[in-house]
Design a binder for this molecule. Sequence first.
Ligand code: FAD
Length: 416
Amino acid sequence: MARDLARTGKRVLILEWGPGGPIRGAFRDYVRQQLVPGKSLLLTPERLGMVRGITTGGSSLFFYATCFPVPFEMLRAHGVDLREAVEEARRELPIAPLKDEMMTPMANRIMQSARQLGLPWQRLDKFLYQDRWRPGLPFGYYGDPHGVKWSARNYVEEAVAGGATLWNGARAIRVVVEGKQATGVELVMRGERRVVSAPVIVVAAGGIGSPLVLRASGIEEAGRDFFFDPLLTVCGTMRDVALGPSEIPMSAGLLQRDEGYMLADMALPRGCHFLFTAQAGKLRRLFAFRSTARIMVKVRDALGGRLTDSGGVRKRLSTEDRDRLHRGEQSARRILAEAGATDIYRTGFMAAHPGGTAKIGQVVDANLETRFRNLYVCDCSVIPEPWGLPPTLTLVGLGKRLARHLSGGVADKPVA
Ligand SMILES: Cc1cc2nc3c(=O)[nH]c(=O)nc-3n(C[C@H](O)[C@H](O)[C@H](O)COP(=O)(O)OP(=O)(O)OC[C@H]3O[C@@H](n4cnc5c(N)ncnc54)[C@H](O)[C@@H]3O)c2cc1C
């Protein structure tokens, strides 16, 4: 949204809590920007770990670059027509299934096994500049210094090149509201509180960050009844296929829409394998990194729970959520067994897509505006229903549509 607005000549200021700086792809950057307890790593009462990236580009810097189709019909039912915006996004982003050379023996083995079981396992679309890829290049789990993986940081850089101003280390605390109109943002930067004024304010601090800012601004109902798309991984030991240096997570998989879960191959980097395996108590497997085949099970959880004012996540998995995870796990176990894996086990629960904390129809209207004039929300918070999908293409579409609305380009007509 910032990029598109800057290109229309609007003056744009981006307030980013996290750091910027070069992307080095280093584990230590990942730990500092995505694994700080209470900031980027949040634990639910059931000790489910939820991660988010606090850095320029947000969680997408560390994402797995999987592009899922947008649920247009669901959004239309809430008055949001994203088709044009998403078509535009598809034209400018590098979206395609992996070419043959990028499918590794491990990903192919898992795909073959799933297909032998009659499952519609397909290569998934990825946000990757595949022409920049070379054999041996590692996937950018910790940010991609080689520029193969697209992330929202690309858009921020284009926004700045187009005239936008970016302040890193600027944590928005609340929106200043006078009467019924938003007029500025109170923020903390280098330990100092200050207020910046603006005629239009868009809160885009993510599914956890945005509701906290909204609540501090007087929108108390934000941060309730949300989803976080819980996931687990199922692992097994393979004797005849090994992980290579260029594994790409979520190369292929399937969505069981009616069952409410998705499965995908899930190669992890060594550091994450170590953490996940230790968490599962499988100490014998800690150093079996190269021989571990892994499938991710992600489910569409029911809306529920609440955030505390300081960002604590108070949400428990429902019986239905656990049933979905269990059904997905059983399916993943069958695929791994078919692939020849032994010693199959599962890791603990995680979550990576918090959203629905400022839903369309409740906290914002179909144009993403809150009850305060000129105060908008644009990120995973606004998704109005349970989710269970990689959301990035939908979020880019929402950003483009809002940019168009704010620049007075094409007026948004309410959708029947
Ligand atoms: C490990 C992992 C893998 C994933 N893989 C995929 C995938 O393959 N495909 C996919 O589609 N999605 C994936 N996701 C999810 C996807 O990255 C996120 O859902 C998406 O980035 C959410 O976008 P957002 O704009 O809502 O929030 P975010 O990307 O979290 O952005 C919020 C931004 O706001 C900043 N911020 C927060 N609070 C404040 C504040 N108070 N003041 C100022 N700035 C603030 C943050 O630093 C951040 O830059 C993955 C996520 C993770 C963690």
